[in-house]
Design a protein around this ligand. Structure first.
Ligand SMILES: [Zn+2]
Length: 369
């Protein structure tokens, strides 16, 4: 699974000709062992670049790596020559002969690993450049600030990633990139308010459940997240030792089944104890029943992902623009699944997740559409 994802990431990165900072140096090592022939050398104007990854070679024949460019991410290089080489497989590739300002770090770099660098534009944080690759006639000034990815490059990366699922280079940008475009990331990946400081310690939150009645529900919600995340993000805490509280509250007037308030979660007492909620009066039996859920039903919240996440398959009705799905189970289990869903959803908020527009997501909600 992991392997497959890495390959997909590599293909996407290649398509967009954007360097990425993953752990794929093995492919670069393999490339370095090829024998190459220099077929053309051309003098080029001196333009500033930043290297995204790869190596600097001593000669155009790429016989020796002299620098790992990941150690020179903040060094501005200036182009001198462009070299066309042919690989043993008879493929053309372009290398640039570049040097830093002092002319001490110099050599050949694969041209696709060089990005035009415009210090004037990238340091303006509030109005990130929306233009594509540089056609600026500005003479380069001495860079004083770390470079920030351009908005168009970021948008390409987001477009290349599956919806709501950041992959590839998106996961290894600099903290300056994330800070500059915080609202872009929040919008595209449904990031909301993170838990208060102190709730997560070493990426773990420990939950004290005030009501014994809620413990089995909370335990199931914890298991869901820990298994989905592949790590222990939540544990059950005690009254004496916890970082987060979960108990009953009153959501009747405000209209919530569950709420995350920064340092804890409340579950609505009245609805939790009302067995006609949210599906109406259910038969008292151990026979499985089937309930149809519709995405437009916002009066009870049943249309939200909390209920629908337990469904298998769904149907989109183009006439009315509704998604319908069904859930099947013994009545008591369906109610349990619902409330486990409410708590799982609120725990998702504590992780910094906002609502998603997908009916069957645990984080789906009408307000997220
Ligand atoms: Zn919510």
């Amino acid at each position: 699974m992991k392997q497959k994802r890495a390959i997909v990431t590599m293909v996407l990165a290649a398509v967009f000709s954007i360097g990425f900072l993953g752990n794929f140096s093995t492919t670069q090592d393999a490339a370095a062992k090829r024998t190459v022939k220099v077929v053309k050398v051309k003098k080029v104007a001196s333009k500033p670049y930043r290297a995204t990854k790869g190596y600097m070679y001593n000669s155009a024949k790429l016989t020796k790596k002299i620098h790992n460019l990941k150690n020179y991410k903040k060094t501005t290089f200036y182009s001198k020559k462009r070299v066309t080489v042919k690989t043993s497989k008879n493929k053309k590739a372009y290398y640039m002969y570049v040097a830093n300002k002092s002319n001490k770090i110099k050599g050949y770099v694969y041209s696709k690993y060089l990005k035009p660098y415009q210090p004037g534009k990238t340091t303006v944080v509030k109005t990130p450049s929306t233009s594509g690759s540089g056609s600026s006639t500005n003479t380069p000034t001495k860079p004083t600030e770390p470079t920030v990815i351009s908005k168009s490059d970021l948008e390409s990366l987001i477009a290349a990633s599956p919806d709501l699922d950041p992959t590839g280079q998106l996961l290894s940008l600099t903290s300056e990139d994330y800070q500059t475009y915080a609202s872009v990331f929040d919008k595209n990946f449904n990031v909301g308010d993170y838990a208060h400081k102190g709730v997560f310690n070493n990426d773990q939150a420990s939950i004290y459940v005030e009501s014994q009645q809620l413990v089995p529900y909370v335990q199931k919600a914890i298991d869901k997240w820990n298994s989905a995340l592949g790590t222990t993000a939540f544990t059950l805490g005690t009254r004496e030792n916890h970082s987060m509280v979960l108990g009953f509250g009153d959501g009747q007037i405000a209209g919530w089944d569950g709420v995350f308030y920064g340092s804890g979660i409340a579950v609505d007492y009245t609805s939790f104890h009302d067995h006609t909620y949210p599906y109406g009066r259910l038969p008292v039996s151990n026979e499985p029943i089937t309930i149809t859920l519709t995405s437009d039903d916002d009066s009870t919240g049943v249309g939200d992902g909390v209920a629908a996440h337990a469904a298998s398959g769904y149907h989109y009705d183009a006439d009315v623009h509704y998604v319908t799905t069904t859930i099947t189970g013994v009545p008591a289990d369906l109610l349990e699944t619902y409330w486990v869903g409410v708590i799982t959803h609120e725990l998702g908020h504590s992780l910094g997740l906002d609502h998603t527009p997908y009916f069957q997501d645990i984080m789906a909600a009408q307000s997220g559409t």
